[in-house]
Design a protein around this ligand. Structure first.
Ligand SMILES: Nc1nc2c(ncn2[C@@H]2O[C@H](COP(=O)(O)OP(=O)(O)OP(=O)(O)O)[C@@H](O)[C@H]2O)c(=O)[nH]1
Ligand SMILES: [Mg+2]
Length: 423
């Protein structure tokens, strides 16, 4: 089954806890602090690969969590970093921020990588806090805890050429004879219900062709399979527009051509600007003079002189079309990756700080600036509380609190820490 849009949950690993340990051996009964730092949490990384062409596997697995960093060890040993969570997605997958619906990354090349979330920092071990005035810190820091996020994956196929036209005009049949693809072919509408990709080789060069489900009038308003799949032609450099010139289904070729172009235009202003090669399909169904007459009528009405007459049954026109495609592709540069919005899933806030006064008179300090300081201080320990308060003093937090009316004995809340202020 094909799946081209899915929402998943991703979370990077938390940082490991710093160790609070003291060197003890036969030589040194009371050695100094030797607690190492915690390891960094693993990142969440997306990687594009040509080996998969659908997001189907995400139907079953929607949660991706990278490994946490290991806690620090004694003897100044840093904990091991957590393993990255590598999420493999088909080439052409676009990451979308569900909150803004904007694109945050475009994995448009095989092997392209994108670090979506970074692992949390490991906490410092007690060895880090040693100073001339504090010879034996008994506290260490907890690792940084990182939040998980939701992200939408959307597949926008990367192909050089897109086959576009009404249902049953012979798109899949054409793909099957010009490429290695083996799409389903049948004499009914909407045989193709998801895009097929095939690699075509001409004169030693290759290009990728996508066959997309047939369009009908009103596709842009949701009729038939809708224009849903047009996102897979959004990035093609060249459209091969198939028109059933035999009119074997009773429709009119000129109208078919105009309807499809209208639908492309309704979908996107950019898509109508994509260069097209006009192909008359099923030419084998008409006698030569009838065919000539129909083509004359078509070209006069539509005002297009260049076209390829094709029959996937007799193979007439097939080589000509392949060469023409190659020729055109040489003139059209590759489409650049999609524009992305600045990615802020991961932005760390180190500057904000604010104070809130609660009804019971207590003060709450919050914001990224004190977050990492508050993290992991063990307040039951007098020395660590003293360290914490001296840091708050240094950072100007105590002065700010005093300006807001802080007095001796008032309660201060910072994250998980609640303490009584003593001068
Ligand atoms: N006579 C003739 N029949 C063709 C030709 N190409 C395809 N057909 C037939 O037309 C029918 C539809 O072909 P498909 O290739 O499945 O058409 P499609 O455009 O992919 O159709 P959808 O996937 O439904 O949009 C099949 O029965 C094919 O055998 C051709 O060149 N000549
Ligand atoms: Mg088809």
């Amino acid at each position: 089954m094909f799946l081209d849009r899915v929402k998943i949950f991703i979370k990077a690993g938390n940082g490991g806890k710093g160790s609070a340990s003291f060197l003890r051996n036969a030589m040194t009964a009371n050695g100094g602090p030797d607690g190492g730092d915690g390891g960094r949490g693993g990142n969440v990384v997306f990687e594009a690969t040509d080996d998969i062409n659908t997001l189907y596997s995400f139907r079953f697995k929607k949660k991706f969590v990278a490994e946490n960093g290991e806690d620090g060890h004694q003897k100044n040993q840093t904990g091991k970093s957590g393993k990255d969570e590598i999420i493999r997605v088909p080439t052409g997958t676009v990451l979308i921020n569900p909150k803004t619906d904007k694109i945050i990354a475009d994995l448009n090349e095989n092997g392209a990588k994108f670090v979506a979330l970074k692992g949390g920092y490991g906490g410092h071990g007690n060895a880090y806090y040693k100073s001339s005035t504090r010879q034996a810190p008994t506290f260490s820091q907890l690792g940084e805890v990182v939040e998980g996020k939701e992200v939408i994956l959307e597949l926008k196929t990367i192909a050089d050429v897109g086959l576009v036209g009404f249902p049953n005009v012979g798109k899949s049949t054409l793909l099957s004879i010009i490429s290695n693809a083996n799409p389903k072919i049948a004499n009914y509408h909407f045989t193709t219900i998801f895009p097929n990709l095939g690699v075509c080789e001409v004169l030693g060069e290759t290009f990728v062709v996508a066959d997309i489900p047939g369009l009908i009038e009103g596709a842009s308003a949701g009729l038939g399979l809708g224009h849903y799949f047009l996102k897979h032609v959004e990035r093609v450099r060249l459209i091969v527009h198939l028109v059933d010139i035999s009119e074997c289904e009773g429709r009119n070729a000129v109208e078919d051509y105009q309807i499809i172009n209208n639908e492309l235009g309704n979908y996107s202003k950019e898509l109508v600007k994509t260069k097209q090669i006009l192909v008359f399909s099923k030419c084998d169904l008409l006698d030569k003079d009838v065919l000539d007459e129909k083509i004359k009528n078509f070209t006069e009405k539509v005002g297009i002189k260049e076209y390829v007459c094709l029959s996937s049954y007799t193979f007439s026109g097939v080589e000509e079309l392949k060469k023409k495609i190659l020729e055109e592709l040489k003139k059209i540069p590759k489409k650049p990756p999609l524009e992305v919005e600045e990615f802020d899933f991961d932005k760390k806030d180190f500057s904000s700080m604010d104070i809130k006064r609660h009804d019971d008179g207590s003060f709450e300090v919050y914001g990224g600036r004190i977050e990492s300081l508050a993290r992991g201080v063990v307040v039951s320990d007098q020395r660590s509380l003293a360290y914490f308060q001296s840091k708050l003093q240094e950072m100007g937090v105590i002065d700010m609190l005093k300006q807001r009316g802080l007095k001796q004995g008032d309660t201060v809340i910072i994250k998980d820490i609640t303490f009584e202020y003593v001068e």
